[in-house]
Design a binder for this molecule. Structure first.
Ligand code: NAP
Length: 538
C-alpha cells in the first residue's frame, strides 16, 4: 500500500492550495480527483453564462505575490473558462499536476487507531495510507437531481447546470426549458435567451438579484490593484465576507431616506454581491432589510415591462439575502423578449414530463432541451457521499445524522487527523470562499508544522469543544435573518436532510481571530498524542 503524509480529496481551489502548501512543508502529498482535470466545481459548472460573482482580483489566490503580478484578469467577474485557465496555470506554474491522481474517486476512508493513520480506498479498489486526510470536496458539488413523473419519456436532452457536459452543447434555435432560478438559472437565462428559439423559465421562488456591472479590466485598473495588492488582500481578510472593500458601518435605519437611496443606487451600480454590505445591518434587522428589499423590488419593476410578469418575478416572502441572492447580467430584462416565457410552478406545478416537453397544471410547454438549475445537496452532500469511518467504527454519516457538528468548522471529534476545508461550521458560502479557504489552510499548515516540531502524531477535536462551537454557530445565526426562511443554508433544499444552520455567520475576520486565538492557546479544544503513543493502542 502506498503511504503518504497527507491525502487531499479534490483538486479544486482548496485542494490545489492544500497540495502546494503542504508539499512546501516537506510533506508527501497525494491528491485524489474524481474528474479528469483540475477545477472542482469550476470544471463541472460550464453552463452558458457561468461566471464568478466575486471580483476576479479577490477570487484568486493570495499565497503568491508573483502569481498575483503575473496573472492578467480580463474581466471584473471572470467567466468559468477564464477561471479554469487560471487554475490550470497555477497547476503548471507550481508543478502540482504530478501529485494528482485524476479519474479517481475516494469511496472509503477508515481511521486506524493502531497505525494512527487513514486507510483510503478508491473506486477502482486502490488503497493508500496517510497520516492526514483533507476533505476539499466543495460545498456545492453534489447536484440535486429532481425526479419528475415521466422524465424518462422525454425525447430531448436533459442537462444539469452543475454537471455540465464537457462537449459543446448546442441550444441555438432550440426550445429550451430551465428549471430553477437560483444563481445558476439566473446567470444562464439571458445568455440562452439570446440564442434559443424559445426559452421557458420554470420558477418556484422568485429571487433577488443585483446587477454584476461586469466590465473588462483596464490596464490602468490592473496596474492600480497590482501596485497595492497586499492592502486589498488585507481588507478582504478583515471584512465580514472576504470581499475586497470596506463595508458600511452605518445602519440602514440611521440615515435619511435620501441618503439611503443614494447609497443603494451607488451599491446597485457597482457592488454586485456586495450590495448586502451597503449597511451593516441588512442581514441582522428586518426593518433595515425591508429598505433594501424594497429598493430591489423597484428596480425589478423598472426592468420588467409586463405588469403580471413583473409581479411574478418579484420576491416578496423572504428578506433580501436570507437565501443566497444572485448577481446577474440582464436576467430580469430577458423577460421582455418575445421568445422568453415564465412558468410559475408555484401557481401551476409541473405535472409530468412528456416525450416533447413539460406539462404543468396550466399547459404543455414544447421543449427540445431541459436544463436543471436545481442546485445542490449543499455543504454536506459531498462530505457524506464516501464512507468515512472514524474511531470505534463510527461513520461520519452516523455522527452527523442530526446535522453536521464540528470544532471550528474544520475538525470532528472521533475523527483524528481529519481536516475539512470550508465545510459546515465555517464562513464557507457566506464569504468569499477563496479567502476562507486560504485562512483555513494557512492555519492548518501552522498546525501541521506544530505537530512535526513537537513530534505529535495525532490531533483530534474534543467533544466539549465541538459542542461549544456548534452552540456558538447557532447563537450567531440567531442574530441574523438567515433562519427566517427555508434555504440551503438551513438544510431545506433536500427532503429529509437535518434542518440545521450550516455555515458560520460570524464573519471572516471574527472567524480568523478565533482560529488565531485557538493556536495561541496551544490549540485549545484539541488534544494531541505523540507519534509513538498515537500509533500504539492504549
Ligand atoms: P440554488 O440556488 O439552490 O437554486 C436552485 C433553484 O432550483 C431554486 O430556484 C429552486 O427553487 C429550484 N428548484 C429546486 N428543485 C426544484 C423543483 N423540484 N422544482 C422546481 N424548482 C426547483 O442552485 P444554483 O442556482 O445552482 O446555485 C447554488 C449556489 O451555487 C449559489 O447559491 C451560489 O452559492 C453558487 N453559485 C455561484 C455562482 C457564482 O459565483 N457566479 C454561480 C452559480 C452558482 P426553490 O428556491 O423554490 O427551492
Amino acid at each position: 500500500m502506498e503511504k503518504f503524509d497527507v491525502i487531499v480529496i479534490g483538486a479544486g481551489f482548496a485542494g490545489l492550495r492544500a497540495l502546494h502548501t503542504l508539499r512546501g512543508l516537506g510533506k508527501r502529498v497525494l491528491v485524489l480527483e474524481a474528474n479528469p482535470d483540475v477545477g472542482g466545481v469550476w470544471y463541472k459548472n460550464g453552463y452558458p453564462g457561468a461566471r464568478c460573482d466575486v471580483e476576479s482580483f479577490d477570487y484568486s489566490y493570495r499565497f503568491s505575490p508573483e502569481l498575483e503580478q503575473e496573472w492578467r484578469w480580463t474581466e471584473r467577474y471572470a467567466t468559468q473558462p477564464e477561471i479554469l485557465r487560471y487554475m490550470r496555470h497555477v497547476v503548471e506554474r507550481f508543478d502540482l499536476r504530478r501529485h494528482i491522481r485524476f479519474d479517481t474517486r475516494m469511496t472509503r476512508a477508515a481511521y486506524s487507531e493502531m497505525q494512527a493513520s487513514w486507510h483510503v480506498e478508491g473506486s477502482a479498489g486502490e488503497q493508500w495510507q496517510s497520516q492526514f486526510l483533507l476533505l476539499c470536496v466543495g460545498q456545492l458539488s453534489t447536484t440535486k437531481q429532481p425526479q419528475f413523473p415521466g422524465q424518462e419519456k422525454f425525447e430531448g436532452e436533459i442537462l444539469h447546470s452543475g454537471d455540465w457536459p464537457q462537449r459543446k452543447v448546442e441550444y441555438s434555435g432550440k426550445r429550451v426549458g430551465i428549471i430553477g432560478t437560483g444563481s445558476s438559472g439566473m446567470q444562464m437565462t439571458p445568455v440562452i435567451a439570446a440564442h434559443a428559439a424559445h426559452l421557458t423559465v420554470f420558477q418556484r421562488t422568485a429571487n433577488y438579484s443585483v446587477p454584476a456591472a461586469n466590465a473588462p479590466v483596464t490596464d490602468e485598473e490592473d496596474s492600480r490593484v497590482k501596485a497595492d495588492y497586499r492592502t486589498r488582500r488585507r481588507q478582504a481578510a478583515d471584512s465580514p465576507s472576504g470581499l475586497g472593500f470596506v463595508p458600511n458601518r452605518k445602519s440602514a435605519l440611521e440615515v435619511t431616506p435620501e441618503e439611503r437611496e443614494a447609497t443603494y443606487e451607488a451599491a446597485w451600480n457597482r457592488l454586485g454581491f456586495g450590495f448586502a454590505l451597503a449597511y451593516y445591518d441588512l442581514l441582522l434587522s428586518k426593518p433595515a432589510n425591508d429598505t433594501a428589499a424594497e429598493f430591489i423590488r423597484r428596480k425589478i419593476a423598472a426592468a420588467v415591462h409586463d405588469p403580471v410578469l413583473r409581479e411574478k418575478l418579484t420576491p416578496r416572502d423572504f428578506p433580501y439575502g436570507a437565501r443566497r441572492p444572485s448577481v446577474d447580467s440582464g436576467y430580469f430584462q430577458a423577460f421582455n423578449r418575445v421568445n422568453v416565457e415564465l412558468a410559475d410552478v408555484r401557481e401551476s406545478p409541473i405535472v409530468e414530463f412528456t416525450a416533447h416537453g413539460i406539462r404543468t397544471t396550466q399547459k404543455h410547454h414544447d421543449l427540445d432541451m431541459v436544463i436543471f438549475a436545481t442546485g445542490f445537496d449543499a455543504f454536506t452532500g459531498s462530505l457524506l457521499k464516501p464512507d468515512i469511518i472514524g474511531r470505534d467504527g463510527v461513520s461520519l454519516r452516523e455522527k452527523w445524522s442530526a446535522g453536521p457538528v464540528t470544532q471550528l468548522g474544520v475538525a470532528v471529534a472521533g475523527f483524528p487527523n481529519l481536516f475539512i476545508v470550508v465545510g459546515p461550521g465555517s464562513p464557507s458560502l457566506l464569504s468569499n470562499v477563496l479567502v476562507s479557504t486560504e485562512e483555513q489552510l494557512d492555519w492548518l499548515a501552522t498546525l501541521v508544522d506544530h505537530m512535526a516540531k513537537h513530534d505529535l502524531g495525532e490531533f483530534e477535536a474534543t467533544p466539549e469543544s465541538e459542542r461549544a462551537w456548534v452552540q456558538h454557530v447557532n447563537e450567531r445565526a440567531q442574530e441574523t435573518l438567515y433562519l427566517s426562511t427555508p434555504s440551503y443554508y438551513n438544510g431545506n433544499e433536500i427532503p429529509g436532510k437535518p434542518q440545521v444552520f450550516m455555515p458560520y455567520s460570524g464573519g471572516v475576520r471574527g472567524y480568523r481571530r478565533i482560529l488565531e486565538r485557538c493556536a495561541a492557546d496551544g490549540y485549545a479544544g484539541f488534544i494531541f498524542r505523540s507519534s509513538l503513543s498515537a500509533a500504539t493502542p492504549v
